[in-house]
Design a protein around this ligand. Structure first.
Ligand code: CUA
Length: 194
């Protein structure tokens, strides 16, 4: 009687151990599958879209930013380079962007080059995928195309201090012909926010 009970208890113990091992194996398989899926997504996006870390290491001296080089105030805004490419240069500081209103053509590639003077800032242009951080001493750059004319809000999206929520600029996307009519070689375009 007592032997049978002991044997029964032993069987019961072995059964729950088996269940535990099966459950652990099941969860191990699920976790490995999730990790494999994430690694596959990284490999596919990396190879298929040539996705890379967003900032290359291009540095700029914060102390002389306003005095010389690419980011002096007279060089900020939109320009047509000698090779015909459209480049927007901007600087972020607590709590504004320079220029406050950015003009770009619709349907043409636009390269943004920006940096920050004091804290980490960032921006996103409306509902587009134009989106970057601006870090002091580093130049952030990306190229994008705005398909439709119109005006977009460009808020700072990195918390940069007490005035963060009031820090934003506007982007006016003009029809390409109108933009080209306004642009002058060697000049920097910006606009007045409406
Ligand atoms: Cu600048 Cu938040």
């Amino acid at each position: 009687m007592s032997t049978a009970t002991t044997a029964g208890g032993g069987d019961h113990g072995g059964g729950s151990h088996g269940v535990a091992i099966a459950a652990e194996r099941r969860w191990a398989i699920i976790v490995v599958a999730i990790i494999a899926l994430l690694v596959a997504m990284m490999v596919i996006t990396g190879l298929h879209w040539s996705a890379m870390p967003p900032s290359r290491v291009e540095t700029v001296d914060v102390k002389t930013l306003h005095l010389k080089g690419e980011f002096v105030e007279s060089n900020l805004g939109t320009s047509i380079e000698n090779d015909g490419k459209v480049t927007v240069r901007l600087v972020a500081q607590q709590y504004s962007f320079v220029p406050q209103c950015i003009v770009v053509p619709a349907g043409m590639p636009v390269t943004f080059r920006g940096t920050a003077t004091d804290a980490i800032h960032g921006f996103i242009v409306g509902t587009t995928n134009a989106n970057t951080m601006l870090v002091p001493a580093f130049v952030s750059t990306f190229t994008t195309t705005f398909p439709h004319p119109g005006e977009q809000l460009m808020p700072c999206h990195e918390y940069c201090g007490t005035g963060h929520e009031a820090m934003w600029a506007r982007v006016q996307v003009l029809p390409a012909a109108e933009f080209m009519a306004r642009a002058r070689p060697g000049e920097r375009l910006s606009c007045v926010p409406r």
